[in-house]
Design a protein around this ligand. Structure first.
Ligand code: HEC
Ligand code: HEC
Ligand code: HEC
Ligand code: HEC
Length: 419
């Protein structure tokens, strides 16, 4: 039995015990003790969960300190702890097109760039975008597993703000290690445990940890539970096919009437199958390299841009100097950015044209539907690359292919509108 399966079973068992007796399981010695080496993964009872990173400060001072640096921005300044503090990167100003593309949802009103793990809870609380339930906390707090043990499948639909105040803690060691930092990675997010189990997917430890959050997901319309759309695979087209088959849409564009998919940070999905993934490089290898400070080596927990640690993250494979490699990365990102801009512009044209055609009723329903289908496909591809946080670096080839394909769909629609 693989680890994910074990974890799932244990989680389910604990949830059953809690529901049956309305209290945490009693701490009785296991009748059948497992040998030390086998490292059984257990979900601690809620009262025993070590949720605060501070608890590990003495045992792992360097790792703790590096983790706390996720409160810094790229230039090492400490940020004020409120959204849009010293370094607001406001996407709406930078990319005005998205006001049209995201019309009808919160992202057209407020959209800030991601910050470090330290800010996860405060940023989601301060975001003015509407929250359908406590499931928005699944990737923002160390206490998500606790809520799941305590409330079972009802955790997701709990009131967002009330629950956020109740937990009052952001991401910490618990999210990736439970009570055992220094041992292996432990998956605490039920949605990932389910997806791995259902689809027989395995990741290296340094990717597994991140796949709990840096992934595309949707919320079940009723229970609000987080679900990963991976049944057909992790590729851009696989996820689209999954959503198409269930007629899923996150919202309808108010003027074109198109049922659209809103993609969310698909880092793991874009990364899979890339040059680096194929070589066995994990997310943590680049983003959390082993670093040396004052003669001591440790695994940095300051998850941030690897361009700040090229020596430690890249130099074992790439020779030729730091500056040249950074320039190469930026060149690729520049190209991806240009393509995003081109496709974004075409989408604005498509949206304006389709809205006009609908309003004037100059086209048959069948043609409108065909245009809406093309709009959905093109915008999904634009969104997939745009909201992925590496500006295409994680899988340059795939990012370019995806945007080119998006442009083809958008062009087909524009050609129909021209006629
Ligand atoms: C976002 C996920 C994540 C969080 C949060 C996290 N870690 Fe880790 N940790 C990792 C990963 C990934 C590794 C490397 C695992 C591997 O490659 O096998 C690791 C490794 C470690 C190791 C082993 C180091 C080594 O040199 O092998 C220790 C100790 C550790 N973490 C402690 C902590 C402590 C203490 C905290 C909280 C202050 C913490 N971690 C928070 C993901 C995380
Ligand atoms: C429990 C959920 C969770 C896990 C696990 C997690 N992340 Fe994150 N990560 C987030 C959230 C949420 C943000 C955005 C925080 C904000 O904007 O306030 C973020 C932001 C980041 C950023 C942007 C930092 C910046 O300064 O711009 C990087 C880089 C990152 N994560 C890398 C990783 C890596 C690598 C892993 C795995 C080792 C990982 N994360 C695991 C939730 C998570
Ligand atoms: C080969 C090295 C490498 C690997 C592996 C890698 N990344 Fe990245 N990642 C990068 C680079 C380079 C950037 C762009 C940083 C920049 O523009 O400053 C980036 C950007 C990011 C960002 C945005 C950071 C920011 O500061 O805005 C996040 C979040 C992120 N990666 C998460 C992940 C996750 C999750 C994985 C695993 C699925 C992963 N990365 C795998 C190199 C890597
Ligand atoms: C385990 C070895 C390894 C590590 C670590 C690694 N790379 Fe690579 N990288 C490669 C290989 C191999 C290729 C493919 C070379 C080729 O096709 O010419 C590659 C390709 C690239 C490319 C070409 C773009 C592409 O997608 O094909 C860039 C840019 C790049 N790496 C940047 C980085 C950066 C930046 C880091 C650190 C953050 C990094 N790499 C870490 C091995 C590595």
């Amino acid at each position: 039995m693989n680890k994910a399966k074990k974890q799932l079973i244990i989680l389910v068992l604990i949830m059953c015990v809690v529901t049956l007796f309305g209290c945490a399981p009693k701490e009785e010695p296991s009748p059948d003790p497992v040998p030390e080496e086998e490292e059984r993964v257990e979900v601690p009872a809620p009262k025993d969960m070590i949720l605060s990173a501070e608890e590990w400060k003495e045992k792992y001072p360097l790792i703790y300190e590096s983790f706390m640096r996720t409160s810094r921005m790229k230039d090492d300044t400490v940020e004020e702890t409120r959204l849009g503090g010293l370094h607001p990167i406001d996407y709406l100003q930078k990319y005005p097109n998205i006001k049209v593309l995201y019309e009808g949802i919160g992202f057209s009103k407020e959209y800030y760039a991601a910050r470090g793990h330290y800010y996860s809870l405060v940023d989601v609380v301060n975001s003015a975008r509407p929250k359908p339930g406590a499931s928005c906390l699944a990737c923002k707090t160390a206490a998500w597993e606790k809520l799941n043990v305590e409330y079972g499948s009802k955790a997701a639909a709990k009131d967002f703000l009330e629950t956020a105040n109740e937990v009052d803690i952001g991401i910490s060691c618990y999210n990736c290690h439970r009570n055992n930092p220094g041992k292996d990675i432990q998956v605490t997010n039920p949605h990932l445990i389910n997806a791995l189990e259902k689809n027989n997917i395995e990741f290296k430890a340094g990717t597994l940890a991140c796949a709990q959050c840096h992934v595309e997901y949707y919320l079940d319309k009723e229970s609000k539970e987080v679900i990963l759309p991976w049944d057909k695979g992790l590729d851009v087209e696989d996820i689209e096919a999954y959503y198409d088959e269930m007629n899923w849409f996150d919202w309808e564009h108010p003027r074109t009437g198109t049922p659209l998919i809103k993609v969310q940070h698909p880092e793991v999905e874009l990364y899979s199958g890339s040059v680096h993934d194929n070589m066995g490089v994990s997310c943590a290898d680049c983003h959390m390299p082993t670093v040396k400070e004052n003669g001591e080596s440790y695994k940095s927990h300051w998850a941030k841009s690897p361009l700040k640690t090229v020596e430690e993250s890249c130099a074992k494979c790439h020779s030729g100097g730091e500056d040249a490699l950074v320039a190469e990365v930026q060149q690729l990102q520049q190209k991806v950015s240009e393509l995003e801009g081109e496709l974004g512009q075409m989408l604005v044209q498509l949206i304006e044209g389709l809205s006009e055609a609908r309003e004037s009723k100059r086209l048959e329903d069948k043609t409108i539907q065909e245009l809406q289908a093309l709009h959905r496909k093109a915008q999904y591809r634009w969104d997939f690359v745009f909201v992925e946080n590496s500006t295409g670096f994680h899988n340059y080839k795939k990012a370019v292919e995806t945007l080119e394909k998006g442009k083809e769909y958008a062009q087909q629609a524009l050609d129909i509108l021209e006629k």
